[in-house]
Ligand binder design. Sequence first.
Ligand SMILES: NC(=O)C1=CN([C@@H]2O[C@H](COP(=O)(O)OP(=O)(O)OC[C@H]3O[C@@H](n4cnc5c(N)ncnc54)[C@H](O)[C@@H]3O)[C@@H](O)[C@H]2O)[C@@H](O)CC1
Ligand SMILES: Nc1ncnc2c1ncn2[C@@H]1O[C@H](COP(=O)(O)OP(=O)(O)O)[C@@H](O)[C@H]1O
Ligand SMILES: [K+]
Length: 449
Amino acid sequence: MRDAEQVWFNGGGSQVEAMERAGAAVAREAARFAIGRGILMLAGPGNNGGDAYVAARLLSEAGHDVAVAALGGKTEGTAAEMRMRWHGETVSLEEAVPRPIVIDGLFGTGVARELTKDVKTYLHHIVNNAQFSLAIDLPSGLETDSGDDLGAATMDVTVAVGSLKPAHMLGAGLVRCGHVLLADIGIPVSGPIWSLGRPQLSAPAVDAHKYSRGMVLVVEGDMPGASRLCARAALHGGAGYVMLAGTGSAEAGPDALVHRRVEDAGALRNALEDERIGAVVIGPGLGRSDAAHAKLDAVLESPHRAVIDGDALTLLGFETADRLSRRDALSVLTPHAGEFGRMFEGGEGGKIARTRAAAARSGATIVHKGPDTVIADGDGAIVANSGSSWLSTAGTGDVLAGLVGARIAAGGSAGQAVWLHGRAAQLAGPAFAADDLIAHIAPAMKECL
Ligand SMILES: NC(=O)C1=CN([C@@H]2O[C@H](COP(=O)(O)OP(=O)(O)OC[C@H]3O[C@@H](n4cnc5c(N)ncnc54)[C@H](O)[C@@H]3O)[C@@H](O)[C@H]2O)[C@@H](O)CC1
Ligand SMILES: Nc1ncnc2c1ncn2[C@@H]1O[C@H](COP(=O)(O)OP(=O)(O)O)[C@@H](O)[C@H]1O
Ligand SMILES: [K+]
């Protein structure tokens, strides 16, 4: 957004015009929610405050009852001009009395440090005593690029100005922003970071057969249940053929699953010689024994697309980047935060920056899981919010790994799998077990055809 604004200014766009548009978008949304109730506008010293003064003026001109509470200190730049154009009541933040509607324009993307105790106390008191709260661009006190909480209050609605910022989808932002509305202010934005949308998928071609649909080999481990969850998810993720390679019971269905007896890494290497394999999944329930390590080596040395999950990630540890950058075929890693930390030390910045850096170092696609899943490869990053916290139950990661395997075996992407997984969780509703999630993958896929 910063870059886009700069390009727009260089092309003759003015700061005043941008702020008028931002303020107008905020006023439009606020008017819909206020329905006649009194409004308290909080205005900070920078451009976020500038937007607030514009919105206050427009709402007041439209007949709303508006008071402004300004943060002490000097108002800067264009915001100072907008402050002068506001002729209504202005009090200091300390003097402000809560009103039914509060609009938070203290700080946006320029927040640079933890809110002071006083500002935080007043802000939270006012927001907690309002009937409805709306943030301009970001809840004040949310770090833009990471979503870290520097003292923000929890808002009902946030009007993102011009584009979504990472904090609208990451970390504490998931809670603090409330419902996010995106306001177009006519400044074209492009860049390497996206939010995940519903994918467009197609039914198998008329002349498709089971191998052309994508064959997935799932490596079984010490916990066969996890591998089976993964394999069943792959079947429903659109794979034409799913083979479970291990020694677990072939009686444990579904019957469509092909069991191949694979005792050790040597036998796995033989199985991997099948050129029809579209993707291999290793990690769910694998265990961390020497035998598991040897199987992982066999998969990494194979020419197949590979999904690496769970224990396989922990086995790789800090060698991940080195080992994966030597592979020619696509590798997709699906770590949760703990596994990510065991593979990639520290790193600068928020979740997006750290995941992108790890993808660049390893040459892999990385699905960094959580409520704010970040999918990164060498080209950029996609952020996904599934909207279902019920996913936080054991085994759902195994289901995701199988789905990723099915999608990439079919020539699709990890992003498709993440979307299907999140949507299946929404369709499954509350308190599902990972097994139940699988039945909702096909209905989720139906929405993409
Ligand atoms: N650049 C532009 O032309 C546009 C910017 N827009 C708005 O401008 C915002 C960004 O404006 P700015 O870059 O001026 O930044 P902000 O207004 O978000 O905040 C910066 C100001 O807050 C102070 N500050 C930062 N952290 C503080 C803290 N913890 N305690 C006390 N003071 C603190 C800074 O010293 C500075 O005065 C966006 O979020 C958006 O709302 C919109 O008007 C659209 C156009
Ligand atoms: N609070 C949450 N909200 C939304 N999704 C979540 C949440 N917690 C976990 N998830 C998702 O659930 C899955 C859990 O995977 P993982 O941690 O590997 O579990 P397991 O290894 O038990 O299968 C991931 O897809 C993750 O993104
Ligand atoms: K704000």
